[in-house]
Design a protein around this ligand. Structure first.
Ligand SMILES: C[S@@+](CC[C@H](N)C(=O)[O-])C[C@H]1O[C@@H](n2cnc3c(N)ncnc32)[C@H](O)[C@@H]1O
Length: 267
């Protein structure tokens, strides 16, 4: 949070995923655009902003912890006739709560022997209580990053799939997408927007083409220290997470950016 440019009126989160970044930054911007190519992921966030109907529907759709066959029926049903509530239910019941799609955008994550529980109720109510006061500020979009219209003078944040890691969303990140995003970000920087990009510089010896291109183009590198042991079954690997910016963050940090970030369900 201390690394964003809070002098801009609008925040655009181009690959918003589960929304942990935009929902923690929304108090500090007049306007927020939360975009992700997964339509129902964005649809679920919009519905949680709008009211409680999605939570009731999702809870009813979740299968019991032992019901693997029921999970497969729900997954087939979602892939035939998708909806935000079915998507949300699948993420709550699937392996590690990690949504995963194949290159044709069919949900293919395996059963996780999990379901809606009392902690889900508590998290949903904390999350909705946090975001709803900002309803008029937030616009949700389900587009490819290049199709998002960016308001003048924006803080544009991108946390794209990390093409040098094994994340589930890499399946629909195409071969030329690192370069396509790089060229898009250069055009946005030329138009005067502040740009911040997250990524993993090196992961088990593999470099990230997007980050290398951006560093060579002159963006500043800020090293981040994160611990994924709570969500990863795989042991610690050699990796370095970074945030790249085309501005100097130290001059931008408002003193009120000290609040404890709230956790959200992973993308
Ligand atoms: C690293 S995750 C983002 C995680 C997010 N920062 C969060 O807090 O949950 C990358 C996201 O990029 C999205 N994505 C992949 N290809 C995209 C594209 N072409 N345009 C927009 N979003 C895309 C994926 O669906 C995924 O949610």
């Amino acid at each position: 949070m201390p690394l964003f440019d809070y002098s801009r009126p609008a925040l655009v989160d181009l690959c918003a995923g589960g929304g942990s970044v935009w929902c923690n930054l929304v108090p500090y911007f007049e306007h927020v655009i939360a975009n992700d190519i997964i339509r129902d992921l964005i649809g679920a966030q919009q519905a949680l902003m709008d009211g409680d109907a999605i939570a009731c529907e999702t809870r009813a759709l979740c299968v019991a912890k032992e019901d693997k066959a029921g999970y497969h029926r729900l997954r087939d049903n979602y892939n035939a006739t998708p909806s935000a509530a079915k998507y949300f239910a699948l993420t709550l019941c699937c392996n590690n709560n990690m949504a995963r799609f194949n290159a044709s955008f069919r949900f293919n994550q395996t059963f996780g022997r999990r379901t809606w529980n009392s902690s889900t109720t508590e998290k949903v109510s904390r999350y909705t209580a946090h975001i709803r006061p900002y309803r008029s500020r937030v616009q949700f979009l389900p587009f490819d990053f290049a199709r998002v219209a960016i308001p003048d003078n924006s803080m544009v944040y991108v946390d794209p799939p990390y093409s040098n890691t094994e994340a589930g969303y890499n399946a629909y990140w195409r071969k030329d997408d690192d370069r396509r995003l790089f060229e898009h970000l250069l055009r946005l920087a030329e138009r005067g927007h502040a740009i911040a990009v997250s990524g993993v510089l090196r992961h088990n010896g593999k470099e990230c083409p997007l980050l290398n291109l951006l560093i060579n183009a002159g963006l500043q590198t800020h090293l981040l220290h994160s611990d994924y042991s709570a969500v990863s079954k795989v042991g610690p690997k050699e990796s370095q997470e970074v945030l790249l910016t085309n501005y100097d963050p130290l001059e931008m940090m408002p003193t009120e950016v000290r609040q404890q970030p709230i956790e959200v369900v992973p993308a």
